[in-house]
Design a protein around this ligand. Structure first.
Ligand code: MG
Length: 271
């Protein structure tokens, strides 16, 4: 844009355009070259100052019109429908919805999950619903699937529905050795009962061993299957802590997850 004296954000007109006469359509106009000007509008200071001085006393719609009158070329840059001009009272409500990530088709929310389980005796661990052979097991009341636990907490967090320990108290014998897909399914049901669905999940497993890479694809596939969502909406990543800390010493596995969900929009929801 450096070569233009000015530039403004604008949107091509997509609605058909009418000229009104006595409250009826007097003419249908060609919209092919029509754009709606937005702000910000940017100019070289000296140019626009001179243009304003030359246009003193005239009634012009915006700075771009002042520049145009002075013969300055003004580039059109694609704007956004969310770049809203706040004029009427109801524009404030719409601006608040945009800022809150809401739109007519719903509200986007995010939740975070974190879990740790320590290693103990065993010959395998459960990670994201996949049985991974290992020289230790993970200790826990359930199957100690640290990945599914973090994902469950992330979904619960996104809808403000507490945490996994509230819904499945370790004090209850019935969760002993339970497969953790039960927990993830329950969180998904709570989300669905609020008219929501998972947009995407991002999980990081932190351990020196076992190696996650060879199982990653199956893990993501299993999580997608449990939730009934597309495989591409699930990300499973892994890292080590460079032999530092308790994960570095091989004492356990950490899982961190972020869930992004969409709650259904309510008609007439203005807040
Ligand atoms: Mg846990």
């Amino acid at each position: 844009l450096a070569r233009w004296p000015g530039a403004i954000l604008a949107l091509p007109v997509t609605d058909s355009v009418k000229r009104a006469g006595n409250g009826t359509v007097a003419a249908s106009l060609d919209r092919a070259d029509l754009w709606r000007a937005q702000t910000p509008q940017a100019f070289r200071y000296r140019d626009i100052l001179a243009a304003h001085r030359a246009a003193s006393g005239l009634s012009l719609a915006d700075d771009a019109a002042v520049a145009e009158r002075a013969g300055l070329a003004v580039a059109l840059v694609q704007g956004s429908e969310d770049n809203l001009k706040v004029t009427e009272d109801e524009d404030f409500a719409r601006a608040e919805r945009i800022l809150a990530g809401r739109s007519a088709d719903g509200e986007v929310r995010t939740g975070i999950g974190f879990d740790v389980h320590r290693f103990g005796p065993g010959d395998h661990v459960w990670l994201c619903g996949v049985r991974v052979p290992h020289d230790h097991g993970l200790v826990g009341h359930s199957d100690a699937d640290v990945g599914l636990h973090a994902l469950t907490d992330a979904i619960l967090g996104a809808i403000g529905a507490g945490d996994i320990g509230q819904h499945f108290p370790p004090s209850e014998p019935k969760w002993r050795g339970a497969p953790s897909d039960i927990f993830l399914r329950r969180a998904n049901e709570l989300l669905a009962s609020r008219g929501g669905r998972v947009l995407n999940l991002d999980l990081t497993l932190v351990c020196e061993s076992p190696r996650v890479g060879p199982h990653r694809e199956r893990m993501a596939g299993r999580v997608a299957e449990i939730l009934g969502i597309a495989r591409e909406r699930v990300s499973v990543k892994a890292t080590t802590t460079e032999k530092l800390g308790f994960t570095g010493r091989g004492e356990g596995i950490v899982a961190q997850a972020v869930a992004t969900v969409r709650l259904a929009g309510r008609p007439g929801d203005r807040s």
